[in-house]
Design a protein around this ligand. Structure first.
Ligand code: ATP
Ligand code: MG
Length: 282
């Protein structure tokens, strides 16, 4: 089994991490990569507000983390295969969960979960809580990640967040110097140039898109973005992110004549795996 990329989205509160996670996952899935998205924030469970129509099918990440033992079959059972998005599965806390809903889990359990996830999907995306130290899974994801996208917004609140938080992540295990800073939700009139200079190392930004705000408000983040200047610029930002985590080959828009191996959707793949683990019994 090969370790597949573990990508972490982290940064200041309300900076667009969850929205960008969904859009990046969709872009990867459109290239027929099987993507498992782990929403590690228990403060505001996200899955129910992204795919409200599947809320009754969802099982909780919290429950999975506190099982007595963890096997790949459990990971598959708790992951929500998305209807209409055959290469995408979500794993996160359920609507109504809170920090005390489940028993505590150990660091080893968080490592096991992420390791199993990397053996399961082509790409694992972890949408982290800003307040990482409150969530062990977020902390461990930051340590194990191949790529960390670090979200900043062009405002003083984001600067204050980093002034407080960066010292906590200065430990070598977080490889902070390798994280990729992004200016996110950049609004017209905001001085992104000055903020870029202050933050340093900004290679691209994700602009504010009115329709995206509307999608988030109306629990429609799985909808595609209509064309338009801002939406196009946002998609370019997402493509840039994708280019940093997958090979050139995957960047090519998918064609119908793909290889047989690539045709397997994550749903069929999940079912196939489960079937083989049950000894061939349906
Ligand atoms: N590019 C964008 N265009 C328009 N609105 C955006 C954009 N990015 C973020 N927003 C706005 O910011 C809000 C927060 O976005 P999101 O939930 O993705 O942030 P977050 O960083 O995950 O927040 P949290 O820290 O609470 O997890 C959205 O509901 C939306 O209103
Ligand atoms: Mg979020």
């Amino acid at each position: 089994m090969n370790n597949k990329p573990l990508i972490v989205m982290w940064g200041s509160p309300f900076s667009g991490k969850t929205i960008a996670t969904v859009k990046l996952a969709q872009a990867l899935a459109a290239r027929r990569k099987n993507v498992l998205v782990i929403f590690s924030d228990a403060l505001c469970p996200s899955v129910a507000s992204i795919v409200p129509q599947q809320v009754s099918e969802q099982q909780s990440l919290g429950e999975l983390l506190s099982l007595p033992a963890l096997a790949q079959e459990d990971l598959l059972r708790y992951s929500l295969a998305l209807k209409g998005s055959p290469h995408l599965a979500f794993l996160g806390y359920k609507k109504g969960d809170h920090l005390f809903s489940y028993a505590d889990y150990s660091r080893e359990r968080a490592v096991d979960l992420l390791t199993l996830a990397r053996h399961t999907a082509d790409v694992v995306l972890v949408d982290c809580a800003s307040y990482v130290s409150a969530y062990l899974l977020s902390t461990v994801a930051l340590e194990l990640a191949d790529t960390v996208f670090r979200f900043h917004t062009c405002d003083l609140k984001s600067m204050m967040f980093y002034a407080s938080y960066l010292p906590l992540l200065s430990d070598a295990r977080f490889k902070h110097a390798e994280t990729i800073p992004i200016l996110s939700n950049v609004k017209p009139g905001q001085d992104s140039r000055t903020y870029s200079q202050v933050v340093g190392g900004i290679r691209f930004l994700l602009p504010h898109v009115a329709e995206l705000e509307q999608q988030a408000l109306e629990a429609r983040l799985m909808d595609s973005l209509p064309s338009g200047k801002d939406a196009t610029a946002y998609q370019e930002g997402i493509s840039h992110m994708m280019g940093l985590i997958v090979s050139e080959d995957t960047q090519k828009p998918h064609q119908r004549s793909v290889s047989a191996a690539n045709k397997a959707s994550i749903v069929r793949w999940f079912k196939g795996q489960l079937w083989s683990w049950r000894g061939g019994r349906k």
